[in-house]
Write a protein that binds this ligand. Structure first.
Ligand SMILES: [Zn+2]
Length: 212
């Protein structure tokens, strides 16, 4: 007799991270735009009612996936992903303010490291932050020209099915993080695999060499 399949595990972000995602979307879409997206996603309970700023695991991945789904329904896949990318950049800014002091990356010692060391330490810190504070593991892989971050499970595309990689919010977080770490340089960040299109992880490929 075969056992019934266990129910799928529910994953959560800490409230603080859910709050950061909503504040960043509000900054990008405006309050009315975000309210419309939340309405369409069936998340009325979040309208003017963001999660508290604490580390309790209270913000389900389902909600983050649903928000991205309705972003694309409202603005089209291209428009929605562009907005998610901008919101991701804002997430890094809010996230740094909340988590930077705890993680030591706001310290002078970090700022004085050479760029290639900063990239390495920054990528490690990012992986540790999400594994420690959220229900999300990030595995880092590197070669001489690039870093690859393998994200699984991924809240951005949670519960979604798409034909092309769709985790633009995560790409934006990385782009802004690299911009900050390098003191104002832009790097190529590309999502080369995505769980929503059937891959085992969402994989972000980051060139070590800045574009400018
Ligand atoms: Zn994803």
């Amino acid at each position: 007799m075969s056992q019934p399949a266990p129910p799928p595990r529910i994953h959560y972000y800490p409230n603080k991270m859910g709050r950061i995602v909503l504040l960043s979307l509000e900054e990008t879409l405006g309050r009315n735009g975000l309210n419309a997206v939340l309405n369409l996603a069936g998340l009325h309970y979040l309208i003017n009612n963001y999660p508290p700023n604490n580390l309790d695991a209270g913000f389900p991945f389902d909600d983050i996936g649903a928000i991205h789904q309705s972003l694309e329904e409202m603005y089209g896949p291209r428009g929605g992903r562009g907005l998610a990318n901008r919101a991701g950049r804002a997430c890094f800014k809010y996230g740094l303010r909340e988590f930077g002091p705890v993680l030591g990356i706001s310290d002078l010692a970090f700022r004085l490291l050479p760029l290639n060391m900063k990239l390495k330490v920054g990528a490690d810190v990012l992986a540790v932050t999400f594994s420690r504070f959220a229900d999300q593991s990030i595995r880092l892989e590197e070669d001489p020209t690039s870093f690859r971050l393998h994200i699984a499970p991924c809240p951005v595309c949670w519960g979604r099915k798409t034909n092309t990689p769709c985790c633009s919010l995560a790409v934006g977080v990385l782009q802004e993080g690299l911009y900050w770490v390098s003191g104002g340089k832009n790097f190529m960040v590309e999502e080369v695999a995505c769980i929503a299109k059937g891959d085992p992880a969402c994989t972000m490929q980051v060139s070590r060499q800045p574009l400018d």
